[in-house]
Design a protein around this ligand. Structure first.
Ligand code: HEM
Length: 481
């Protein structure tokens, strides 16, 4: 039986109200009992405070909600609802174990919502050791020697795509960038055969799977018999059918072996490919759109990236390769600053399998008990004024030599690509594809943002720009002499 999303939210509402009433009857307790080891558990937000917390979340957003509690309770606190405890670890000082803890101690169960999309053979459906081996195989697929060979097909896709634009016009930048990034993923991660023969269908199905698989409701109830989950599963089954028909899909994944010599199976390869596209496509297309919105709203930085492109065109003509992309440092900083202000994931989560101790900057020690979920709230951490000066201001120069605010604050103060054990395998690939797109757009078009600066759409598990991002364009070419 299909259950519509509204029904799921209604059920969530009922449970929430019941929980609040039950907790209210017990009264508000600010501090949990000391643990058996004598170290206290973190201060906890209960019952009526939950209402205030949810109101702040709804009215002012995620950052304001964390800030409220941070001011009251400090850098480590627990939010207790639906019988679940989520402990928030604010700032780099308390982030070490989150990023470096062993997977046997800290699980990645919070990413279960990806399992119906990637399949039961790979990723978060598998045990830590198998996932680790699969990550190794994926890392090989994204190593620098492979990255170099991706530049030329990426450029070709980008040039062909934007050649279809007229001399001038108006487009929804978000939709355009989503499409071009899907084409790049198809070409670089799936191979030319898929790209040439079945890409239209693949694109439609993949979008259908993401649209129906990454809402907040899916994340909370990934296996519930809802309409969106059914749509997601149908699209996934068709994608899998398409991929298994292809002989040369990501040959290096197919040829890969586990440490004990066992070859990868067809469904594992399919799952790994879907996992890579899932991890890479949405994150990069969101970042590319924000990059456009920010640059087109900040004339100083738009002029700076244009100047850099002119300089590079003078030096190398139209040629672009891996090393030339690395020279685009101003563009790099502009993208990095977008990632600070609009991280594709607002927070990372882990499940505590073994209790651990954490010490705050002020020297207070807490025990985080087994069973808690811990969160590293990137969207908040990226805006801590003692680390990032004037955090509300778009200022890519904060990453330039001499300032390097992302490094000055310590090891885990900028974790947009994760950190430690599970840091992103596709960081270099992501920067590369976003730079290929934006260097092409800057060189070939005069662009203007005509819709208001986009708001954040919080209904998705990865917050995306809300609505259309309308841009006018006019063809131009940068002088090469
Ligand atoms: C702007 C673009 C991107 C951002 C912001 C981003 C961010 C992240 C983050 C935060 C994590 C860590 C998740 C955690 O610790 O729970 C991660 C992991 C990962 N990313 Fe990315 N990512 C991006 C692009 C890509 C691309 C293009 C690919 C591949 C083509 C990719 C592949 C992966 C993989 C395979 C992992 C899992 C690593 C593991 O669990 O060991 N990502 N990414």
């Amino acid at each position: 039986m299909d259950i519509p999303n509204s029904a799921v939210w209604f059920a969530v509402g009922i449970v929430l109200v019941t929980t609040i009433i039950t907790k209210a009857a017990r009264g508000r307790r600010k501090y949990e009992q000391a643990s058996s080891m004598g170290t206290p558990h973190p201060p906890t937000v209960y019952c009526w405070s939950m209402i205030g917390l949810l109101c702040t979340l709804y009215m002012k957003g995620f950052r304001a909600m964390i800030l409220d509690q941070y001011k009251k309770l400090g850098s480590v606190f627990t939010i207790s609802f639906f019988g679940k405890n989520i402990t928030i670890l604010v700032g780099p000082e308390v982030a070490d174990h989150f990023y470096q803890g062993m997977e046997s101690e800290l699980g990645l169960n919070m990413l279960d919502f990806t399992v119906p999309m990637t399949g039961k053979e790979v990723g978060y459906a598998r045990d830590a050791a198998t996932r680790c081996e699969q990550s190794r195989i994926q890392t090989d697929a994204l190593r620098p020697s492979k990255l170099r060979s991706h530049v030329s097909p990426m450029l070709q896709e980008v040039e062909e795509y934007f050649a279809k634009w007229g001399d001038q016009g108006m487009v929804d930048l978000r939709k355009e960038l989503e499409q071009v990034l899907m084409l790049i993923s198809g070409r670089c991660l799936l191979g030319k055969e898929v790209r040439d023969n079945m890409f239209g269908d693949f694109f439609t199905l993949f979008n259908e799977m993401i649209d129906n698989g990454t809402n907040v409701t899916n994340a909370m109830f990934p296996f519930a018999p809802t309409i969106t989950n059914r749509r997601r599963d149908r699209a996934r089954a068709k994608i899998s059918e398409m991929l298994t028909k292809i002989d040369d899909v990501l040959q290096y994944l197919i040829d890969s072996k586990y440490g004990d010599g066992r070859p990868t199976t067809e469904s594992e390869v399919t799952g790994m490919i879907i996992g890579l596209i899932l991890a890479g496509k949405q994150t990069s297309s969101t970042t590319s759109t924000w990059t456009g919105a920010r640059l087109l709203s900040h004339p100083t930085f738009l002029a700076a990236v244009l100047e850099e492109q002119k300089h590079i065109v003078k030096k190398y003509g139209d040629q672009i390769d891996y090393n030339i992309l690395l020279e685009m440092e101003t563009l790099h900083c502009c993208i990095k600053e977008v990632l600070r202000m609009h991280p594709p994931t607002a927070s990372l989560f882990r499940k505590v399998h073994k209790s651990f101790l954490v010490k705050t900057k002020e020297g207070t020690q807490y025990e985080i008990p087994k069973g808690h979920t811990i969160a590293s709230p990137m969207l908040f951490n990226n805006n801590i004024p003692s680390i990032f000066k004037d955090p509300g201001v778009y200022d890519p120069t904060r990453f330039r030599p001499g300032r390097e605010e992302d490094k000055a604050g310590g090891k885990f103060c900028f974790t947009v690509f994760g950190g430690g054990r599970h840091s992103c395998l596709g960081e270099a690939y992501a920067y590369m594809q976003i730079k290929v797109i934006w260097s092409h757009l800057l060189r070939n078009f005069e662009l203007e943002l005509v819709s208001p600066f986009p708001e954040m759409d919080w209904s998705k598990i990865m917050p995306v720009p809300k609505g259309k991002v309308m841009v006018t364009y006019k063809r131009r070419s940068l002088p090469s002499t």
